[in-house]
Design a protein around this ligand. Structure first.
Ligand code: AIR
Ligand code: ASP
Length: 285
């Protein structure tokens, strides 16, 4: 394998330079961390499942007009994505109280929120990703008011769509985290694209009938059955056959490799969409 340039190594992914200008390769690791890297582990096959789940969800979102960085799946752990100028914010959308909002505001976990709530966190490991207000975002110029409005609107749409998609497969979308990046067109116009990943690593998903946790909280809270939960999500989405691709703690490589072909086909069909056809409005100047 040729040596590729590592652009960035995160806790769960590695980003490599891509084969064409303006592209990156996103590699999904099996590593799991919590509490800003304080707790670490690795679960065989987690990266394969997240690659697949995220490829599928990004493709579905593109189909409803949400521009994303996803171009195509390359193999079971890698996807080709657009190179973006990342916005240093985590956008969290919550439907049901859990995690930090339950703790911070003393709301009982599982309480349905009066309406979806969008929160922003400044991406800075040294500071533990502190929550920030819209005023901080504008004052520190992380986004201009137009971009902020656009990101809130896009995040609401993503929430509406994913809520429906997950409820159709018996899962409650409790909350999730999104990241966005900027892309400039040839005329200098700006596009905001959904980036990073959407997977059980950054969504809370509960079984609709039992409220069983089917996401990274199984790892955060030492509940066990992490890979089984992720597989169950992939299985319900129709992305892996019944029984999954991880058997007895190891990946059925042959099965996993044959599966990634499906996303490749999808990618080829879609091709590289010209930036000028992106459905977002150019920025006001
Ligand atoms: N999240 C936030 N930072 C990293 C991640 N993965 C996701 C969590 C959860 C949501 O954002 O996975 O789905 C809210 O997290 P919290 O900890 O603020 O309650
Ligand atoms: N804070 C992230 C999480 O718990 C992961 C990490 O920072 O290590 O999802």
């Amino acid at each position: 394998m040729s040596r590729r340039k590592v652009i960035y190594e995160g806790k769960a992914k590695i980003v490599y330079d891509g084969p064409e200008p303006g592209t990156f390769i996103q590699y999904f690791k099996d590593d799991l961390t919590a509490g800003n890297g304080e707790k670490k582990s690795s679960v065989a096959g987690k990266g394969v499942l997240n690659n697949r789940i995220s490829a599928h969800l990004m493709t579905r979102l593109e189909a409803i007009g949400i521009p994303t960085h996803f171009i195509k799946s390359i193999n079971m752990r890698e996807q080709l994505v657009r190179q973006l100028d990342m916005i240093p914010l985590e956008v969290v959308v919550r439907n049901i109280a859990a995690g930090s909002i339950a703790k911070r505001l003393g709301i009982k976990e599982g309480t349905v929120l009066p309406r979806p709530i969008v929160e922003f966190y400044y991406k800075k490991d040294e500071l533990n990703d502190p929550m920030v207000s819209e005023d901080h975002i504008i004052a520190f110029n992380w986004l201009d008011p137009y971009e902020l409005e656009e990101i809130i609107a896009m995040s609401w749409r993503v929430n509406d769509y994913l809520n429906g998609l997950f409820s159709g497969i018996g899962l409650r979308l409790v909350d999730f985290k999104l990241e966005y990046g900027r892309l400039w067109g040839e005329q200098g116009e700006l596009y905001l694209l959904l980036a990073d990943e959407i997977s059980p690593d950054n969504c809370r998903l509960w079984d609709a009938t039992t409220n069983e946790k089917m996401d990274k909280d199984r790892f955060r809270q030492d509940l066990g059955g992490v890979i089984e939960a992720y597989q169950q999500v992939a299985e319900r989405l129709g992305l892996v056959p019944k029984g999954g691709i991880i058997e007895g703690g190891s990946i059925n490589e042959q099965l996993a490799a044959s599966l990634s072909e499906i996303d490749n086909e999808l990618g080829r069909e879609r091709g590289l969409r010209s930036i000028s056809k992106m459905p977002t409005k150019p920025r006001k100047t």
